[in-house]
Design a protein around this ligand. Structure first.
Ligand SMILES: NC(=O)C1=CN([C@@H]2O[C@H](COP(=O)(O)OP(=O)(O)OC[C@H]3O[C@@H](n4cnc5c(N)ncnc54)[C@H](O)[C@@H]3O)[C@@H](O)[C@H]2O)C=CC1
Ligand SMILES: O=C(CO)COP(=O)(O)O
Length: 375
């Protein structure tokens, strides 16, 4: 089996799949991942806090609240009891929204088996502390290896069995490097891989997490500009300038730029900025069309990670004196009442600058042209 390294290595021991995987969180992505694990042949449990959802998964093989009409494979055991869900689990996929992470880790801690690795599947940066989610989890679950699973993965598509690729990242310990096949990343990959789900392995946890956290904020920006009438050229430009902001943050945390151009960075950014299946993009489109926030999604509460995370990202950017102008536009519109059209008009009228950071050029534009945008 060949996994990591610049030279292909032949590993004598094959990776051992986890016997039982516990998915914590029975929303759309948690349910889709339980389906992935079960379809790959794993014993699979899923913990959810909603009795009705748990009951429906067990009795009807469906999650009517989050993935209505999508059949789940037989044999997923759903429960509202976290101790029962974690009992005997050799690995955990943690799939509740980013703001709940600290609390869920504390709930899980007494029930986790010794050394069970945990892959975080939420996307974000903790509000207040500016910590990556892996830093939060590592602080609480000190005896467990913490990694992340991320990539261009709409839950409804994955659950329907559409081919999906994702990155599974864990920092590699010295022992992992000696025996790559036994590393948590490799074991998660062989445990989840199937004819429709293709995991790629990475040892750049930070790069993967930064990609996931920033892409949602940029997707809101793309949505806002689409809703406000900007065209495809502008959206493509925004995606790539957004990737530049990912690189800025990856540099600060010690992530790799090549990860930013991989599945969990460019891949997820492209997906999320191209489709209103994305809740982040969709929120942006609605706001760009002038729909007040309280009326977006017909007034329903929907998890929009980029909305909360624009606060933590900007907080971090300010503290570290980083320039992240697109994230700043989103923050100002969402949280300071700035106008969508005026804010993005100002953004595109910034002084001319080098495409690459570090190429130190800043030229004031000679003419301030007023451009009327039409749909
Ligand atoms: N839906 C998708 O396509 C994908 C989502 N993600 C990420 O997965 C994470 C979860 O999102 P979704 O599953 O989409 O959300 P969702 O809205 O479909 O479900 C949220 C789930 O979290 C639970 N929850 C909410 N607050 C909780 C709390 N305080 N304690 C315990 N459970 C709580 C809800 O009961 C529900 O089961 C997010 O960070 C999202 O960015 C990542 C990849 C794909
Ligand atoms: O992360 C996702 C796809 O990879 C889901 O995006 P949304 O949270 O915007 O729906």
């Amino acid at each position: 089996m060949t996994y990591l390294g610049t030279q292909a290595e032949d590993l004598s021991s094959p990776s051992l799949p986890f016997r039982k995987i516990c998915v914590v969180g029975a929303g759309s992505w948690g349910t889709a991942l339980a389906s992935v694990a079960r379809s790959a042949g794993r014993e699979t449990s899923i913990w959810g806090r909603d009795e009705a959802t748990v009951e429906a998964i067990n009795s009807r093989l469906e999650n009517p609240k989050y993935l209505p009409g999508i059949p789940l494979p037989e044999g997923i055991r759903a429960t509202t009891d976290i101790a029962e869900a974690l009992d005997g689990a050799e690995a955990v996929l943690l799939v509740t929204p980013s703001r709940t992470l600290r609390d869920i880790c504390l709930q899980m801690r007494p029930h986790l088996g010794k050394g069970v690795p945990i892959a975080l599947c939420a996307k974000g940066i903790e509000a207040g502390t500016g910590c990556l989610l892996s830093e939060v989890a590592s602080e609480i679950l000190t005896d467990h290896q913490i990694g992340a699973l991320s990539g261009p993965t709409f839950a409804s598509e994955t659950a329907r069995g559409h081919l999906t690729a994702a990155t599974i990242a864990f920092q590699f310990s010295y022992a992992d490097r000696l025996d790559t096949a036994s590393s948590p990343a490799a074991r998660f990959a062989v445990s989840l891989g199937s004819d429709f789900f293709r995991p790629y392995i990475s040892d750049d946890l930070v790069g993967v997490e930064v990609g996931g956290a920033i892409k949602n904020v940029i997707a809101i920006a793309c949505g806002m500009m689409t809703g406000a009438g900007y065209a495809e050229n502008t959206r493509a430009a925004l995606i790539v300038r957004g990737m530049d902001e990912m690189k800025t943050l990856a540099d600060v945390f010690g992530g790799r730029r090549e990860t930013v151009t991989g599945l969990a960075g460019a891949g997820d950014l492209t997906l999320t900025c191209s489709s209103q299946t994305s809740r982040n993009m969709s929120l942006g489109v609605q706001l760009g069309r002038g729909i007040p926030r309280e009326h977006c999604f017909d007034g329903k509460a929907v998890v929009v990670e980029g909305e909360v995370n624009s606060v933590s990202v900007m907080d971090l950017a300010r503290r570290m004196k980083l320039e992240m102008p697109i994230c700043e536009c989103v923050y100002r519109i969402l949280h300071q009442g700035a106008d969508v059209k005026e804010t993005f008009a100002e953004f595109w009228a910034r002084p001319i600058e080098g495409e690459r950071r570090g190429l130190s050029i800043s030229i004031d534009r000679p003419v301030a042209a007023a451009v009327e945008i039409t749909q």
